[in-house]
Design a protein around this ligand. Structure first.
Ligand code: NAD
Length: 343
């Protein structure tokens, strides 16, 4: 696998979005896709979602007027057929295998599958979409190299590709491919998007803490739990994406999208315990023992959201307490036996 950091970006161009437009969301049954489908549908978009339900996606939470297509995004002819029929003005490509645990099971497969999805979208964009369809590719804060301070879109990018980093490498390669292939294409780099209905199965931290706190089980932390992240509520992220979708002059090729709820894993766990009143305790675990030599800790990741703000997009405002309270109120209940561990 080859990592290419800092690939050149194409010239920018504007997109005119009409009052009612069609939109296709791949991975649209997942956490972000469901929220985005709801948000766009409420704003008058005609929304089609495509998902193979291989990951954490499920249909029931989607509004009735959202069209659902159960397909693998890598099935190029099926994707082209959907695009020919829907004629999307926007194609959000969110479908991906998500979660460190799932990536570690088959890093090379995840990398190849991710790039196959990108190529299928580019093929459909070229052959089956209107000439001015905008492709928006979901990338990740994982593409940034470990470094102190706020991460802006020009911060140094990761160069490792193996094991756990196969996901980041595939996102970087995907970014490069879509930006080189199409002048209207854009990349959004998400930072720790969380919300009710997020799957804990792949080790996602907040749903895991909430489910275990409700069951009175220990909240397990990697090491001393001091690694810090910045969380964003999925409904606020969906609102940001919907505003970007209708933005008349989205010129930035790459944008950070995240929130303001910065916390260590320990502080997040304590926040869940405080608001839930759970008797659970915090339990430090040795990540290397759980995930083997492939584990690599990223100490801190906080987005600089200046680009988004300069475009006139209102930034997410929910703090950690608000996000945790909403999770406790709306996250589905699971049986104690079904509560996920971090590995
Ligand atoms: P999710 O796992 O909830 O949703 C991903 C969806 O993609 C699932 O419904 C899954 O079934 C679907 N999918 C996977 N492979 C597919 C395929 N081959 N064909 C069709 N559908 C397929 O994840 P999410 O949190 O909603 O993430 C959405 C996107 O944002 C992903 O690309 C992810 O890499 C990216 N992202 C998310 C976060 C986050 O914090 N949630 C952070 C960085 C990047």
């Amino acid at each position: 696998m080859e990592c290419r950091a800092g690939a050149p970006y194409t010239e920018t161009a504007d997109l005119r979005v009409e009052a009612v437009s069609n939109c296709l969301i791949t991975g649209g049954a997942g956490l972000i896709g469901r929220a985005l489908a709801r948000e766009l549908s409420a704003r008058g978009w005609r929304v089609t979602v495509l998902d193979d339900l291989s990951g954490h996606g499920h249909w029931p939470e989607l509004p009735a007027d959202v069209e659902r297509v159960e397909r693998d995004v890598r099935d190029v002819s099926a994707l082209r057929a959907v695009c020919t029929r829907v004629r999307p003005r926007l194609l959000f490509h969110l479908a991906a295998v998500v979660g460190v645990r799932r990536v570690l099971r088959d890093p090379k497969g995840v990398h190849a599958g991710s790039l196959a999805g990108v190529e299928a979208c580019l093929s459909a964009l070229e052959q089956a979409c209107p000439h001015d369809t905008r492709l928006v590719f979901a990338s990740s804060s994982e593409v940034y190299a470990d470094q102190p301070g706020l991460l802006d879109e020009s911060s140094a990018l990761r160069t490792q590709c193996e094991g756990r980093w196969a996901y980041a490498a595939a996102k970087l390669e995907g970014e490069r491919r879509v930006l080189q292939a199409n002048p209207l294409a854009r990349v959004v780099r998400f930072f720790n998007v969380v919300g009710p209905g997020q799957s804990s199965e792949a080790g996602m931290v907040l749903p895991r803490f909430v489910e275990r706190a409700r069951a009175g089980l220990p909240l397990e932390l990697y090491g001393d739990g001091s690694a810090q992240r910045c969380y964003a509520h999925v409904d606020e992220v969906a609102r940001v994406l919907a505003e970007l979708a209708a933005h008349p002059r989205w010129q930035e090729p790459v944008l950070n999208v995240g929130g303001k709820a910065s916390a260590s894993a320990r502080a997040l766990a304590q926040c869940v315990l405080r608001h839930s009143g759970s008797p659970s305790v915090l339990m430090p675990l040795d990540p290397e023992r759980l995930l083997g030599g492939q584990f690599a800790e990223v100490r801190q990741r906080t987005p600089d959201l200046g680009c988004l703000q300069r475009m006139g997009i209102a930034l997410p405002v929910l703090d950690l307490d608000a996000i945790v309270l909403d999770m406790l109120a709306r996250h589905p209940r699971v049986e104690a036996q079904a509560c996920a561990s971090p590995a």
